[in-house]
Design a protein around this ligand. Structure first.
Ligand code: GSH
Length: 203
């Protein structure tokens, strides 16, 4: 399998961490791909031109990151599958909700980052302020989303941790840690997992 991904994409980091948690690292080739260069291989595989995109051994192209994660989990042994993404019941919805919350915060953060890179006079301060408010509201919802999760290391935990670590990387001025001591302590401890230690964005 090949994963077309940039080293800074948090969505890709989530997929790479899941692959490691599934013991699939030696079956997954990382093809470093910058979507902003409009690479032909990425555009051919994913018409949306976004990373991550997984090319399976039988040539299927899978996106976006929740679909890739679900595919990777399906390749793992039964116990790992059940740990990372329970097959049914409330536990499954809790994991998927936590992932959706985490990915949603990323979507807002990416939109904010791109807007911030626009030239002076072309940014929308209203949109940026709204995205920031939504990110903070999402962060306020995260402790409850984490509390609802089964076990202590599933796809929901990984998605939330990757999002918080990406905020540290790209959104320092947001200051998400202020007043969120428990969430900050949780992510600092969870970040010690091998799957996250092995996938940091480049310094
Ligand atoms: N919902 C997608 C989001 C992927 C995404 O936005 N990736 C960014 C990089 S972090 C990208 O490829 N952007 C290129 C573009 O928007 O043209 C997922 O979960 O995979």
């Amino acid at each position: 399998m090949q994963l077309l991904a940039s080293l800074t994409s948090p969505y890709a980091r989530k997929c790479r961490a899941v692959a490691l948690e599934c013991g699939l690292d030696d079956q997954l080739e990382l093809v470093v791909t910058n979507p902003w260069d409009d690479p032909a291989a990425l555009n051919a595989a994913n018409s949306l031109g976004k990373v991550p995109c997984l090319i399976t051994d039988d040539g299927q192209a899978l996106y976006d990151s929740p679909v890739i994660c679900e595919y990777l989990v399906a390749q793992a042994d039964d116990a790992t599958q059940q740990r990372l993404l329970p097959a049914n019941g409330d536990a499954r919805w809790a994991v998927l909700r936590a992932q959706a919350l985490a990915d949603g915060i990323l979507d807002l953060g990416v939109a904010h980052l791109l807007e911030n890179r626009r030239p002076d006079g072309e940014r929308s301060p209203d949109a940026m302020a709204r995205w920031q408010r939504q990110m903070l509201a999402g962060l306020d919802a995260m402790p409850d989303a984490l509390k609802a999760l089964p076990g202590d290391a599933n796809l929901g935990h990984l998605a939330c941790a990757v999002t918080l670590l990406w905020l540290d990387f790209r959104h320092r001025p947001l200051g998400w840690r202020a007043g969120r001591d428990n969430l900050a302590a949780w992510v600092d401890a969870f970040a010690q997992r091998g799957s996250l230690q092995a996938t940091p964005p480049p310094a």
